[in-house]
Design a protein around this ligand. Structure first.
Ligand code: ADE
Ligand code: ZN
Length: 351
């Protein structure tokens, strides 16, 4: 195949290319895909009282000052999820949107402790989410898998108990992650539970360097031995860390809308995505909590490119390729996605 001539693709073509391209979503919390309309529908279905009069009042509360101010509302929103059907319906709604965005591979985070703490059984959570993932594979033709996240504001003993409770469902999820309030909760606090997950053959990822310092990225790498860093945008404060991440070609699952909504960056034009790519870091773009942060994956991609004139066709291709390569799919699964991506950009570059 002849090579893609990126100089022949002008910026006006990028929105259509970004939208149409096959892509992977590697950082999306399923509880963060709960749209206000579905929150109210589930609240009605389950007789749960909400402290907001209606959808508009809830949406109006989505003005965040930092990660914690978001998490308080996000955990409250998840309180409407009670039955297996609720978890299925939430995931199915996301997966239909994912397919519309030409996501061919979705690796979906879920927070079981948010639910088990309210008396919901682990099996209810995992089985409901997994049935939607299987349905998506069959009806939408996309690969969807689950990653169980431990809440880092809780103890490692609670994380270990959570892993034990999930192990009867070991075949229904592919990895573990670490999320929730980052500051004051460094990755090394979770060394034992990550080692135990590794023994089970689970993939390992962790949020690090979102609000937390570069040291948290070092310990996610060296202590937890993760395969991807979620966010990681603060790595640029430490040149030795950047060098290490580049050498490892460690994927960073960057979430531009999230970073602006949670005040990690003042605005989209100030985001460091172009810098990360130009440093040779294996960055990807993701939606994090799309129902709360103003858009799903294609919107994150298109608006970030609009906001950052330094991003061109080569960056677009690189980000999309990185997302597919950094996924936990097999080489056989990735090959046709990568070929489709190449074909799309090659066609766009022919004059
Ligand atoms: N849980 C959901 N979204 C999160 C984020 N952006 N950071 C940490 N924990 C989260
Ligand atoms: Zn996240």
């Amino acid at each position: 195949m002849s090579s893609i001539n990126f100089d022949h693709i002008d910026r006006a073509q990028l929105p259509a290319l970004l939208r149409a391209a096959p892509k992977a979503e590697l950082h999306m919390h399923i509880e963060g895909s709960l749209e206000p309309e579905l929150i109210f529908e589930l609240a009605r279905r389950n007789g749960v009282a909400l402290p907001y009069a209606d959808v508009e009042a809830l949406r109006a509360a989505y003005a965040f000052t930092d990660l914690q101010s978001f998490l308080d509302i996000y955990y409250a929103g998840a309180s409407v999820l009670i039955t297996e059907a609720d978890f299925h319906d939430m995931a199915w709604a996301y997966l239909q949107r994912a397919a519309a965005d030409h996501i061919v591979n979705a690796e979906i985070f879920f927070d079981p402790q948010t639910h088990t703490a309210r008396g919901i059984a682990m099996g209810t959570v995992i089985t409901g989410l997994h049935s939607a993932a299987k349905r998506a594979e069959k009806e939408l033709g996309l690969r969807a898998v689950l990653i169980l996240c431990f809440l880092r504001h809780l103890s490692e003993d609670e994380a270990l108990a959570t892993l034990d409770a999930a192990l009867p469902y070991r075949e229904l999820f592919v990895g573990v992650g670490l999320d929730s309030s980052e500051r004051g909760h460094p990755p090394e606090n979770f060394a034992r539970v990550f080692a135990k997950a590794a023994q089970q053959g689970l993939h390992l990822v962790a949020h690090a360097g979102e609000e937390g310092p570069p040291e948290y990225i070092w310990s996610a790498l060296d202590v937890l031995k993760v395969e991807r860093i979620d966010h990681g945008v603060r790595c640029t404060e430490d040149p030795a860390l950047v060098q290490r991440l580049v050498e490892l070609q460690m994927p960073l699952t960057v979430c531009p809308f999230s970073n602006v909504k949670l005040c990690v960056f003042d605005s989209l034009p100030r985001h460091n995505l172009a810098t990360l790519l130009d440093l040779g870091l294996k960055a990807t773009v993701n939606s994090d909590d799309p129902a709360y942060f103003g858009g799903y994956l294609n919107q994150n991609l298109v608006e970030t490119f609009e906001a950052l004139p330094a991003l061109g066709a080569r960056h677009a291709y690189q980000l999309l390729r990185n997302s597919l390569e950094a996924s936990f799919a097999t080489a056989e699964q990735k090959a046709p996605w990568l070929a489709d991506l190449d074909r799309l950009f090659l066609t766009a570059s022919v004059r």
